[in-house]
Write a protein that binds this ligand. Structure first.
Ligand SMILES: Cc1cc2nc3c(=O)[nH]c(=O)nc-3n(C[C@H](O)[C@H](O)[C@H](O)COP(=O)(O)OP(=O)(O)OC[C@H]3O[C@@H](n4cnc5c(N)ncnc54)[C@H](O)[C@@H]3O)c2cc1C
Length: 405
């Protein structure tokens, strides 16, 4: 099997519709407008929007229904490209991955990728709006969904699906120094759970282990799981470009998640299938999304109701495969882990991977990697392929995305 490095088919003649807020001197700050540009005009337009403080709400192929201009129509060639030939010649702004590598052009509709708007020395102080358990009765451990209000920041802390934020827990370490930040994958889409664009949510498992007969609680995860609505929390970031979704509406997305590794997958799936998100995005996912979720018990499945609903409502686009280790058995009679589900479905997974529009995302505890690797090695070998060559090729093509911790 050849691994194509192409992530989407495109030519310079393709037109895109960019919906932007607060851009253009004749527009009121909050006004939205739609600008149609050829592919070659996208980069200068993005630079201009970024320079003038506008916010890109969506970028879709102009042929798409969602791209139908709802407000003003700009000339095909953006003013920015005319007024600043110098800017057009420059590489894209650092925070924008579009121009860096060809494959990242798939991120065009997510072009406004913010990085490190807030750093540890001067973090944003967010307010907890809610904190609730994601687990059902009988589950093992403690996993909470925690939401922070981000209003009032200058700049406003914003992010895209697949990024993480840092949390600096209150208090001091054993040396009397302030605690260091811990990273958490963002579990909400850029619109936030309330769709107003002012919140960020996390999915946090409390770290707990035994040492010398004593139960040790993780500092930050316990801080977060215990926190009450109204509390103030120091937040940094956002960070990360490894787990960004492709912009292509026809992309296929295979997701391998264990435990809180579901956080980025929840953002993708909400973006793809949550009706309010689809309406707001102007991005109508048409590919195939396949979530493999590993959990010890049914009670430990996270966001399970939502995913079941997506599967019911979008049976042609979404498939949800669970590996529940303490309740299900694999073919050998052992516990069913996510890698067993990968092995069971290897033919279909490999058929999907042959398509250059297919991306694979893996997230969860680092310990899941060897099992997945083993399953892929065996499945590849059965097809006469060498996974140790194939995986780096997929990685190079920016189609193999891993965030484990
Ligand atoms: C990119 C990224 C994304 C992440 N996303 C998430 C997420 O979405 N949700 C989430 O819950 N976590 C996530 N994490 C993990 C998170 O950053 C913290 O590492 C985790 O919450 C533990 O932090 P803590 O402060 O509670 O533990 P700490 O107090 O920092 O304790 C951790 C330390 O305890 C020790 N330790 C841990 N387990 C054992 C053991 N069994 N025996 C002995 N010693 C042990 C190790 O020394 C370890 O370094 C992510 C990490 C990264 C890097």
């Amino acid at each position: 099997m050849r691994v194509s490095t192409a992530t989407s088919s495109r030519s310079d003649s393709r037109m895109f519709s960019v919906v932007v807020q607060g851009y253009g001197s004749a527009q009121p700050r909050q006004a939205e407008r739609t600008i149609n540009v050829p592919f070659s005009g996208l980069q200068p337009l993005m630079q201009s929007i970024s320079r003038l403080g506008g916010k890109v709400l969506s970028v879709v192929p102009a042929s798409s229904e969602a791209a139908a201009p709802s407000t003003s129509q700009a000339p095909a060639k953006p003013a920015a490209a005319k007024s600043s030939a110098k800017a057009a010649a420059k590489p894209a702004a650092k925070a924008t991955p579009t121009a860096k590598k060809p494959a990242a052009a798939a991120s065009v509709s997510h072009a406004d990728v913010p990085v490190n708007l807030y750093k540890p020395k001067d973090p944003f102080v967010g307010t907890v709006t809610e904190n609730y358990s994601l687990l059902a009765d009988g589950a093992i451990g403690r996993v909470n969904h925690i939401t922070f209000d981000l209003k009032g920041g200058d700049p406003q802390l914003h992010y895209v699906e697949g990024q993480s934020i840092g949390i600096i827990p209150d208090g001091e370490d054993a040396n009397g120094k302030p605690h260091k930040l811990r990273l958490y994958s963002i579990a909400s889409t850029r619109h936030g759970d309330d769709m107003a664009g002012n919140t960020v949510s996390l999915c946090v498992r409390q770290l707990q282990y035994e040492k010398d007969g004593e139960t040790i609680n993780g500092v930050c995860s316990t801080f977060l799981c215990d926190i009450q609505a109204g509390a103030k929390v120091k937040i940094t970031g956002p960070v990360g470009k490894e787990m960004l979704l492709p912009a292509d509406e026809d992309a296929n997305v295979i997701m391998l998640a264990t435990g809180t590794g579901i956080a980025p997958m929840r953002t993708y799936l909400r973006r793809m299938f949550e009706p309010a998100e689809r309406e707001k995005n102007g991005w109508q996912f048409k590919g195939k999304a396949w979530l493999f979720m590993g959990a010890p018990t049914t009670a430990n499945l996270l966001y399970d109701d939502d995913f079941n609903r997506y599967e019911r409502e979008f049976p042609d686009n979404f498939r949800y495969t669970k590996a529940i280790s303490r309740e299900q058995q694999n073919a050998k009679g052992g516990r069913m882990y996510i890698q067993d589900r990968v092995s069971e479905n290897a033919d279909e997974i490999f058929a999907m991977i042959e398509n250059p529009k297919t991306h694979v995302y893996m997230c969860g505890l680092r310990g899941m990697e060897p099992g997945i690797d083993e399953a892929m090695t065996a499945a590849a070998a059965a097809k006469g392929l060498n996974w140790s060559e194939l995986r780096p090729a997929l990685k190079k093509a920016e189609r193999w995305h891993v965030e484990t911790y």
